[in-house]
Design a protein around this ligand. Structure first.
Ligand code: HEC
Length: 141
């Protein structure tokens, strides 16, 4: 088999999602522990809502939560009434929302809770009913 036909088959596999599915399968097989494979992947090392916000969120939502409009629209988290329901930011963190990556999959339950609690109690947001790591765990895919 020529190199070019191998490349074509690989491209085809990727296009059909077969390779991704196989990779996913291999990942799960390699990680026998119960629960989502990514939940323990602590890609972000920061702890505490302020540090997580500064390192992860501020790049898009800006340091003061004011958001930005440029190549894409980054909504303001400042004075954002959609944060009133704690489940909403938790869901956005875990599942993403169009241009918002599911960053919570690269964080522990505690980290997601910390950063969600941080944005809900800063930037003019008065929502003090804190999210617990258990709430995050229950909401994961
Ligand atoms: C790569 C850029 C990027 C990063 C980093 C990012 N976000 Fe977002 N975020 C977005 C975009 C874009 C949207 C708007 C998605 C849409 O509605 O299409 C969004 C939406 C949101 C929303 C929903 C706001 C609303 O009014 O509906 C929340 C909550 C949110 N982000 C929280 C966070 C938190 C917390 C972090 C840090 C852990 C973070 N984001 C990091 C790009 C980003």
């Amino acid at each position: 088999m020529s190199v070019s036909s191998i490349t074509r088959i690989l491209a085809l596999l990727l296009a059909t999602g077969t390779a991704a599915a196989a990779q996913e399968h291999a990942l799960h097989a390699a990680v026998p522990s119960a629960g989502p494979a990514m939940s323990e992947g602590k890609t972000f090392m920061e702890s505490g809502g302020a540090a997580l916000y500064a390192q992860v969120c501020a790049a898009c939502h800006q340091a003061g939560g004011e958001g930005a409009v440029g190549a894409a629209a980054y909504p303001a988290l400042r004075h954002n009434q959609k944060l009133a329901s704690a489940g909403y930011p938790v869901t956005v963190m875990l599942y993403g929302l169009r241009g918002m990556p599911p960053l919570g999959r690269m964080m522990s339950d505690t980290q997601v809770a910390e950063v969600v609690n941080y944005v809900r109690t800063h930037f003019d947001n008065p929502y003090g009913d804190a999210v617990a790591p258990e709430d995050v765990k229950a909401a994961r895919p």
